[in-house]
Design a protein around this ligand. Structure first.
Ligand SMILES: Cc1ncc(COP(=O)(O)O)c(C=O)c1O
Length: 372
């Protein structure tokens, strides 16, 4: 199906990368990296060239998220998946409760479940549905996912009645930056930067509240064995020195800093507004076309950063994505592999323009309407 479909020249997006991560990295950032010559890449991460980069990222994110006093921006290798285990080992005292609605939130739950000396409980809904976190007595950490990348569900409400000795931890990986959150309600806010923050994988930002820092210290001072590389003590101590515990990818830091600067020029409010415009366009389009459907039925859970759109079974989404890839016009809009739906999953990340999203939806319409 769609083999003879050719994308008209005038509809080709300015960039084919619509994937949900690794996401579009602007070529201008790569050019800027080239222009640094010998002054950044290949420099020690314990010396000013790279430490200043870390400092700029930490200060830039503090400004962007308007962090309350006492919150610290920490930087680590390993990515969000690494932090799942790190939190189970180093922040949960006795028990965590996980609000799960897809692949990544479930993975986090499973990683805590494997640790013999803590308890982990799951509160789940079917894939395609959303669930907001709540306080559940008996648990000292609440774990939830700001944007479930596998299904395109975002959170829309956080608990405001949390007791002081309970931490709220949010995996913000594909939502950070364009799904707004009241940071004063959150204790651990972490994300990998290869999504909205247009950088590379294998790295993570972890923002900690004073309560989270105190908890890390408390757990560290118990008998519990925590590998050095997974220790919050190392994470916090090194981040305070604008460093990472072990050697980071310097290009990843560079790209992340470029994106933080770009987003700070606009401010979070404007970035969120731009995300909303793209989300409105895509969901209105899906509702207007007889052959499309929004996968997420409950509007308030529909993501501002990852849109999941089902296609009528008369047409095969995978055939169309293959044809678009072969023409190098649109890349990586396939449904999450384990979800197995006849679906397009489209990134609305900050660097993807509204104009390009409009071109993409027009391309899909043309292709489908060309089938008799
Ligand atoms: C919501 C969410 N959490 C965690 C991860 C895992 O991130 P990483 O591969 O950087 O460890 C992803 C990756 O896509 C994600 O989307």
């Amino acid at each position: 199906m769609f083999e003879s479909f050719i994308v008209p020249e005038e509809l080709k997006p300015s960039d084919p990368r619509f994937g949900v991560g690794p996401s579009l990295v602007p070529e201008s950032y790569i050019q800027s990296l080239l222009e640094t010559g010998k002054s950044v890449l290949g420099n020690s991460h314990r010396k000013p060239a790279v430490k200043n980069l870390c400092k700029e990222i930490q200060e830039g994110l503090t400004k962007y998220f308007n962090l309350p006093n006492g919150y610290e921006v920490c930087l680590t290798n390993g990515g969000a998946t690494f932090l799942f285990d790190m939190m189970g080992l180093g922040l949960v005292e006795k028990s965590s409760v996980h609000f799960t609605c897809g692949e990544f939130s479930t993975k986090w739950y499973k990683s805590h479940k494997m640790i013999p000396w803590i308890n982990a409980e799951q509160r789940s809904v079917e894939f395609g549905e959303g669930i907001n976190p709540e306080v559940v007595s008996g648990h000292d950490m609440i774990c939830c996912t700001l944007n479930e990348t596998s299904t395109g569900v975002m959170l829309n409400n956080l608990p405001t009645n949390k007791p002081e000795d309970v931490l709220l931890a949010i995996d913000a990986t594909s939502g950070a930056g364009q799904i707004p959150v009241d940071m004063s309600l959150v204790d651990v806010y972490f994300f990998s930067p290869q999504k909205v923050f247009a950088s590379e994988g294998g790295f993570a930002v972890c923002i900690l509240s004073p309560a989270a820092i105190a908890r890390a210290e408390k757990v560290w001072n118990t008998e519990r064995y925590i590998p050095e590389i997974m220790s919050f003590k190392q994470l916090i101590d090194n981040s305070r020195k604008n460093q990472t515990y072990n050697t980071p990818s310097v290009s990843t830091l560079f790209l992340l800093n470029e994106q933080v600067k770009k987003m700070n020029q606009l401010g979070e409010e404007t970035v969120v507004k731009m995300a909303k415009e793209k989300a409105d366009h895509i969901y209105n389009w899906a509702m207007a076309k007889p052959y499309l459907n929004c996968y997420i039925q409950d509007e308030k859970f529909r993501s501002l950063s990852v849109a999941t759109i089902d296609l009528d079974d008369k047409y095969v989404a995978a055939d169309l994505t293959k044809v678009l890839r072969a023409q190098n016009v649109v890349l990586d809009i396939d449904s999450y592999r384990k979800l197995g739906r006849n679906q397009f999953r489209i990134s609305l990340f900050h660097n993807i323009t509204l104009e390009d999203v409009k071109k993409l939806t027009t391309i899909i319409d043309l292709a489908i309407e060309s089938i008799k």
